[in-house]
Design a binder for this molecule. Structure first.
Ligand SMILES: Nc1nc2c(ncn2[C@@H]2O[C@H](COP(=O)(O)OP(=O)(O)OP(=O)(O)O)[C@@H](O)[C@H]2O)c(=O)[nH]1
Ligand SMILES: [Mg+2]
Length: 467
C-alpha cells in the first residue's frame, strides 16, 4: 500500500510537471466532468453540447462563439479510457426515425479542440490559439462511493441495513439475511446467494426512484461482474472469527474501497477542472415525495465529493486540483412550458442548498439552471373550459402526437422540499406527471446544432471564460 502510494505519487508529480509545461507553453486543456445519476441525461447532454459547439448557430449566449474559427474532435489523451461514442449517439438522435441513445454504464471521454482567434488587446499581435476541451462522462453513483472510503465495514453495514429496512424493496434480502450466519465458515455459494439478494434489492430500490444505492459498482458492475470484490453484503453482526463469512465480507469491502473506489478518484475525479451535475428533478418529483427527499440526500452525498480537502484527506497526496466551477442543471426542461422554468430552477437550487451550505466548495463558483439538451417538444397554449393552459406537445414513445400538461410546479420550492422532508407519501396539491417523449425528427440547417434549451448558457458558464 505504502509503496504503491509512493509510486503513484512520483508518477503523478512527473505527470503534473509535464501537464504544467504543456499547458503553459503550448495548448491549454480544460477538463470537464459530466455526471449525474443513471438516466439523468448525461449522454444526451454531451452529444448535443458537442454538436452545438461544432456548429454554433444555436448558441447565441455562448460568448466565445464568434472567436472560434474551428472546432474539431481529436484523439483523447487517455489511451485506456473508452472514447465517448459521439458519432453513434448523434446518429441515434438525428436519424430519420430518431431515438434516444442506449444507456451507458461506465466512464468515457472525448476531446474537442478549438482554434480561437485572439480578441481584445492581443488581436492582431498573435496568431490563433488552440484550446482543448476534455469531456469526461462518469456515473454519479460512483461519487457516492467516496463516502465508503471514510467508513469501516461495520459502520457501512449499520447504515446500509438501516436504509434497507426503510424500503419495501428489501423484503427478500432481509429475509435472506435472517437465515445467514456471519460466524459460519466462509463458503462461496452462501456468500454469492446473499450478495445476489442484496444486489437485486439495490436494483429494485434504484428502479423505484431511490438514489442512494451504494456500493455504486453493484448496480453498474461492468467487467467486475461476479468478482469477489462485488460479492459481499452488509451484515447485522459485521465481525466474526477468522475464516468466517463476516471476516471475509469485511475484507472484500476493504478491497472494494482500495481496488474500485480509489482508482476512480485518482484517475478521473482528481483531475477535473469544471463540473456539471445533471439532475432529473422532474423525474423525482413525478415519482413522489420520498424520491425527492432521497434525491436531496443523495445530492448532498454526491456533492460532498467536491468538498475541498475531503478527497485530499482521503486520497492524500494524489495531487488533486481544485474544481473551479460547478453547474447544477435540472435536465429535460422541455417537458414543461418555459413559464415554469424559473420554478424548476428554484427547486434545483433548493435541492442542492444543504450541500452548498455544508461545503462552500472553497471558492468554486456554482450556479443552477434548467436545461434541455435536446428539445423534444414545442410549446402550445390550449383553451380548456375557457381557461388557457400552457402545454407542451411532442411525440410519445408509442408514436402518437400529444399535447401534455404536466401540472404546475409551486412558486415556492419549499412546498415540494418540505413535504418530501416530512416523509409525505403523496403530494398534497395534485400530481406531477412526466411523459416520455421521443426525440423529434429534425432537419438541421448548415451551421446549426440540434435544438436545445439553455445549452449555450451552460457552456458559457462552464467554459466561456477560458476561450
Ligand atoms: N425530453 C427530453 N428527454 C431527455 C433529454 N435528455 C435526456 N432525456 C431522456 O432521458 C433518458 C436518459 O438520457 P441519457 O442521456 O441516456 O442519460 P444518462 O445519464 O446518460 O443515462 P445512463 O447512461 O443510463 O446513466 C433519455 O433516454 C431520454 O428519454 C432532453 O433534453 N429532453
Ligand atoms: Mg449515458
Amino acid at each position: 500500500m505504502i509503496i504503491n502510494d509512493i509510486a503513484d505519487r512520483l508518477l503523478r508529480s512527473v505527470e503534473a510537471v509535464q501537464d504544467g509545461v504543456n499547458e503553459a507553453l503550448f495548448e491549454p486543456v480544460i477538463r470537464i466532468g459530466v455526471t449525474g445519476l443513471s438516466r439523468a441525461g448525461k449522454t444526451v447532454f454531451i452529444t448535443s453540447l458537442v454538436a452545438n459547439l461544432m456548429d454554433r448557430g444555436r448558441m447565441p449566449q455562448f460568448s466565445p462563439a464568434t472567436a472560434i474559427t474551428a472546432a474539431y474532435l481529436q484523439p483523447q489523451p487517455d489511451d485506456t479510457v473508452p472514447r465517448f461514442n459521439y458519432e453513434a449517439h448523434l446518429a441515434a438522435l438525428t436519424a430519420t426515425d430518431p431515438h434516444w441513445p442506449a444507456s451507458t454504464r461506465a466512464v468515457s471521454e472525448l476531446r474537442l479542440s478549438f482554434r480561437v482567434r485572439p480578441t481584445g488587446l492581443l488581436a492582431g499581435l498573435s496568431g490563433p490559439r488552440t484550446v482543448h476541451l476534455d469531456i469526461v462522462d462518469y456515473p454519479g453513483e460512483w461519487l457516492l462511493d467516496l463516502g465508503l472510503m471514510e467508513k469501516t465495514y461495520a459502520e457501512w453495514s449499520a447504515e446500509a441495513l438501516q436504509r434497507a429496512q426503510s424500503r419495501e424493496q428489501s423484503a427478500e434480502f432481509l429475509a435472506a439475511l435472517e437465515g445467514f450466519d456471519g460466524n459460519a465458515r466462509h463458503e462461496e455459494a452462501g456468500a454469492k446467494a446473499l450478495s445476489e439478494a442484496f444486489t437485486s434489492y439495490l436494483n429494485r430500490a434504484r428502479a423505484a426512484g431511490y438514489s442512494d444505492c451504494t456500493p455504486g459498482r453493484f448496480l453498474l458492475p461492468g467487467e467486475l461482474a461476479g468478482s469477489p470484490v462485488l460479492t459481499f453484503a452488509p451484515l447485522a453482526q459485521p465481525d466474526g472469527p477468522r475464516g468466517s463469512m463476516a471476516r471475509e465480507f469485511a475484507r472484500r469491502y476493504e478491497s472494494y474501497k482500495r481496488e474500485v473506489v480509489r482508482p476512480f478518484f485518482r484517475d478521473h475525479f482528481a483531475r477535473i477542472d469544471r463540473q456539471i451535475v445533471l439532475v432529473d428533478a422532474l423525474g423525482a418529483i413525478h415519482a413522489g415525495p420520498k424520491a425527492v427527499e432521497d434525491l436531496r440526500e443523495t445530492m448532498a452525498d454526491i456533492l460532498s465529493a467536491f468538498r475541498p480537502g475531503r478527497v485530499g484527506r482521503i486520497m492524500a497526496l494524489l495531487g488533486q486540483h481544485r474544481v473551479e466551477k460547478i453547474l447544477f442543471a435540472a435536465t429535460k426542461a422541455d417537458h414543461i412550458h418555459h413559464t415554469q422554468h424559473a420554478r424548476l430552477t428554484a427547486i434545483m437550487e433548493a435541492l442542492v442548498r444543504d450541500a452548498r451550505d455544508r461545503a462552500d466548495f472553497a471558492g468554486a463558483k456554482t450556479t443552477a439552471m434548467s436545461i434541455a439538451s435536446l428539445r423534444a417538444t414545442v410549446e402550445e397554449t390550449v383553451n380548456h373550459d375557457g381557461q388557457d393552459i400552457d402545454c407542451v406537445r411532442g411525440v410519445t414513445e408509442d408514436g402518437k402526437r400529444a399535447a401534455f400538461y404536466p401540472g404546475e410546479l409551486p412558486e415556492d420550492p419549499a412546498h415540494i422540499l418540505s413535504a418530501a422532508r416530512q416523509g409525505a407519501e403523496k403530494w398534497l396539491d395534485g400530481d406531477y406527471e412526466v411523459m416520455r417523449f421521443k426525440p423529434a425528427p429534425m432537419t438541421l440547417k448548415p451551421g446549426e446544432g440540434p435544438p436545445h434549451i439553455r445549452l449555450d448558457r451552460a457552456a458559457e458558464f462552464l467554459i466561456g471564460d477560458k476561450l
